[in-house]
Design a protein around this ligand. Structure first.
Ligand code: NAP
Ligand code: HSE
Length: 438
């Protein structure tokens, strides 16, 4: 049978990795897909730039629309990044009856509802395994492997760059900026690395995971997002003393009231497997009613791990080229006419435990004042630590772990604590999750 001809938009880290994996594993891939897969046309901005892959047999252009419009291309692989041009080209490909594979989580999170709707109407597939957690086949696991379950929650380390930074800071005492620069040079970071550092990339991925897990439309604007910029070596150390690690987690949880979607640094018990996922690796813990907890682990970024997911999508698309579009796996797992109406909850409604660190005047009664405020707000304390202050210091560090409480109540209590004459500055607050189940 004739090879399936594909066009690549982007020949950077992921595009180059995809060309390499397709070339190296050509025969194995053809045995799985039923046909060979051949890259015939590719676009990039700078045609003179050195590439990590061979361009033999590939027509190169700086006009991405030429790839989309090429009549011999039946699958367009979008690996450019960004949302405006990527959206236009994706819709243009769909309009032309071409299938699309993308690694672009920002595109899917922001424009996925429109794109999947257009794809459904045109009877084409838009596959996006590489958009979440790099090489881990989590989309397939949620959409197909766990299709018999009611998914209760997902908690994941879903940004490799952020995890790399936190791991290197904790284990090697390295400087934040220095590790970020290394992540950029290794091709892990986004074109705009603030997406990694501020949690935006993780929020894109969480929005995608939640849609697939709970059968809801994509709702990136409903994800509460905090980055890793404020995590200090001091908090990492103090968390360690209490038996916890700080990880940047994306959490999607179904509650009796709706769906919580939040991305933030989180203390998790160091005995949990996920607490020991370091460097560029990602991991997702999924709690589902029938199977119980399942854990998915693997490289979250990089050329070939991401290409692994891109090529798996290509194989899936090629396998289904001849199937009836109405009988394919739905893009977002649930049938489009069976979308849930569960509300998305605000962060104020989230229920979680907290690590609180504050500087207090070293005098009797301060702890009682803080405990009274927390007690009046209905917040019970699980642990209190007051490390010995340095000799002669007038202030002492106070660390508290609370039991789970609604965020709104905690905000009120923190406002009152920060207003105390005996407390200096802001209270550092990091949410704590037990993630029972691994
Ligand atoms: P990258 O290395 O910056 O590559 C982007 C490619 O697209 C480059 O070849 C670039 O051309 C081309 N390009 C960008 N803007 C263009 C434009 N306006 N017109 C024409 N060509 C354009 O990015 P990447 O790391 O491969 O990431 C690609 C996508 O995969 C992004 O959506 C990213 O979020 C996603 N992703 C990345 C990873 C990862 O580990 N890197 C993992 C999962 C998902 P030049 O090379 O000439 O500049
Ligand atoms: N910048 C992303 C990360 C790439 O570091 O996780 C993979 O999505």
């Amino acid at each position: 049978m004739e090879p399936v001809k594909i066009g690549l938009l982007g020949l950077g880290t992921v595009g180059g990795g995809t060309v390499n994996v397709l070339a190296r594993n050509r025969d194995e891939i053809a045995r799985r897909a039923g046909r060979a897969i051949e890259v015939v046309h590719a676009s990039a901005r700078d045609l003179a730039k050195a590439r990590i892959c061979s361009l033999d047999g590939i027509t190169l252009t700086d006009k991405p629309e030429a790839v989309v419009d090429d009549p011999q291309v039946s699958i367009v692989v979008e690996l450019m990044g960004g949302t405006d041009l990527a959206r236009d080209l994706t819709l243009r490909a769909i309009d032309a009856g071409k299938h699309v594979v993308t690694a672009n989580k920002a595109l899917v999170a922001l424009h996925g509802n429109e794109i999947f709707d257009a794809a459904r109407r045109r009877g084409v597939m838009v596959a996006f395994e590489a958009a979440v957690a790099g090489g881990i086949p989590i989309i397939k696991a949620l959409r197909e492997g766990l299709a018999g379950n009611r998914i209760e929650w997902i908690a994941g380390i879903i940004n490799g760059t952020g995890n790399f930074i936190l791991s290197e800071m904790r284990d090697k005492g390295r400087d934040f900026e220095d590790v970020l620069a290394q992540a950029q040079s290794l091709g892990y970071a986004e074109a705009d690395p603030s997406f990694d550092v501020q949690g935006i990339d993780a929020a894109h991925k969480l929005a995608i995971l939640a849609a697939i897990a709970f059968g809801k439309p994509l709702a990136f604007d409903k994800v509460y997002t905090e980055g890793i910029e404020k995590v200090t070596p001091e908090d990492m150390h103090d968390a360690g003393q209490l038996g916890y690690r700080i990880k940047h987690l994306g959490i999607a949880r179904r509650t009796g009231e709706g769906v919580e979607l939040r991305v933030h640094p989180t203390l998790i018990p160091e005995r949990r497997l996920i607490a020991n996922v370091n460097g560029i690796m990602n991991a997702l813990l999924v709690m589902a009613d029938a199977v119980g907890p399942t854990l998915y682990y693997g490289a979250g970024a990089g050329a070939e791990p991401t290409a692994s997911a891109v090529v798996a999508d290509l194989v899936d698309v090629v396998r289904t080229l001849t199937t009836d579009p109405n009988n394919r796996v739905p893009h977002l797992a649930f049938q489009p006419d069976a979308i849930s109406t569960l509300p998305m909850l605000s962060i104020d409604d989230a229920v979680t435990a907290y690590y609180l660190r504050m500087l207090a005047k070293d005098r009797p009664g301060v702890l009682a004042e803080v405990a009274t405020i927390l007690g009046n707000a209905g917040i019970s304390i699980e642990a209190v630590v007051q490390p010995q202050p340095p000799h002669g210091a007038s202030q002492a560090k106070l660390i508290l772990l609370s039991h789970p409480v609604r965020e709104r109540q905690m905000n009120i209590a923190l406002g009152q604590i920060e207003a105390l004459d005996s407390i200096s500055g802001k209270v550092t607050r990091i949410r704590v999750e037990q993630l029972d189940g691994d």
